[in-house]
Design a protein around this ligand. Structure first.
Ligand code: BTN
Length: 321
């Protein structure tokens, strides 16, 4: 997309729902009024809905309507060929993505829903997915099983970076991949997949990010939304764009460049787990209490206990202090 178009679109998105005057646009882009008209028409021809008013200027109709996501993502310069499959309501995007992946959906397919009635979280938990959040599943088809072990950390990094670059909000990562703000959960990631004789058929990366959605009363002390953090509603599609670009960056870092060190060192920079006293419950029910000291090259959490070092590959984690 032409750079001036991008700047104009960003400006209209920032004022989402409100008019931006012709003179403000002229100042921001350094162009004349007839050029603005031409650029606005170019955006319209790409499917953006822009209203104009001779006195007030121009207004972009919803960068928050997820049904428009495909349009907004069409020009994304990413190595993954992202394509959106939007549904307004569903039980879980993981189920739809799994059916699509079985039918051969290509890598980069995103199943995006406005609302889910049976959203799934890690460890068999329920995930509340009311209207206003970002709930989506990304289908990936990496080849090497070994590299996939760091995928869940890499996607967590993509999320925190995407949020930070777009909104300037710094969040942190709780092992393995919860995104926290002020120790409250902002986003969660569920990685599921199908592996046949050491060959990955597909991986489903489910991402749930609290954006403008209500947080159910019972979760308010432990969960938070971006709307609460920023004190205003956030248009979701530009945010999704930013997150997908960052996930793409770490996907390339992991599967193409195989730069595991970048992922691990970046992950540790954003980690709120390292250095904390933690209680882990492993998949087989063992309880391990100690100080989280590192994440190893396979993405396992290393805990220093009174009996020595223990490694956790999967399970539930609580920060105690
Ligand atoms: C967690 O427990 O922290 C993981 C939450 C994952 C939620 C997302 S929302 C989109 C996708 N579809 C689901 O049913 N779950 C994941």
């Amino acid at each position: 997309m032409d750079k001036r178009l991008r700047v104009l679109l960003d400006l209209l998105e920032e004022h989402s729902g409100e008019y931006v005057s012709g003179s403000e646009i002229a100042r921001a882009l350094g162009v004349s009024k007839p050029t603005i008209n031409r650029l606005i028409n170019m955006l319209r021809s790409r499917g953006f809905i822009i209203e104009s008013n001779p006195r007030k200027g121009y207004r972009l109709v919803s960068a928050d309507n997820l049904a428009n996501a495909e349009l907004y993502l069409a020009d994304l310069e990413a190595s993954l060929d992202y394509r959106v499959y939007y549904v307004e309501k569903c039980i879980s995007t993981q189920d739809i993505a799994s059916a699509l992946a079985e039918q051969g959906a290509h890598e980069g397919t995103i199943v995006l829903a406005e609302e889910m009635s049976g959203g799934r979280g890690r460890l068999g938990r329920k995930w509340y997915a009311l209207r206003g959040g970002l709930w989506f599943t990304l289908i990936l088809r990496p080849r090497v099983v070994k590299d996939a072990q760091l995928l869940s950390l890499a996607v967590g990094l993509g999320l925190v970076k995407g949020i930070e670059k777009h909104l300037g909000t710094k969040t942190s990562l709780k092992w393995p991949n919860d995104v926290l703000y002020d120790e409250r959960k902002l986003a969660g990631i569920l990685v599921e997949g199908k592996i046949e004789s050491n060959y990955i058929k597909y991986i489903l990366v489910g991402i749930g990010l609290n954006v403008n959605n209500e947080i159910p009363a019972e979760l308010r002390s432990t969960a938070i939304s971006l709307k609460e953090i920023k004190g205003k509603s956030i248009p979701r599609i530009p945010l999704l764009r930013s997150i997908l670009l960052q996930i793409d960056h770490y996907y390339v870092t992991l599967f193409e460049k195989k730069d595991y060190e970048e992922i691990l060192s970046e992950w540790k920079k954003y980690s709120t787990t390292i250095g904390r006293t933690v209680k882990a419950v492993t998949i087989d029910g063992r309880i391990i209490v100690g100080k989280a000291v590192d994440v190893d090259k396979n993405g396992a959490l290393v805990i220093e206990t009174s009996h020595g070092l223990e490694k956790i590959y999967a399970g539930d984690l609580e920060h105690l202090r």
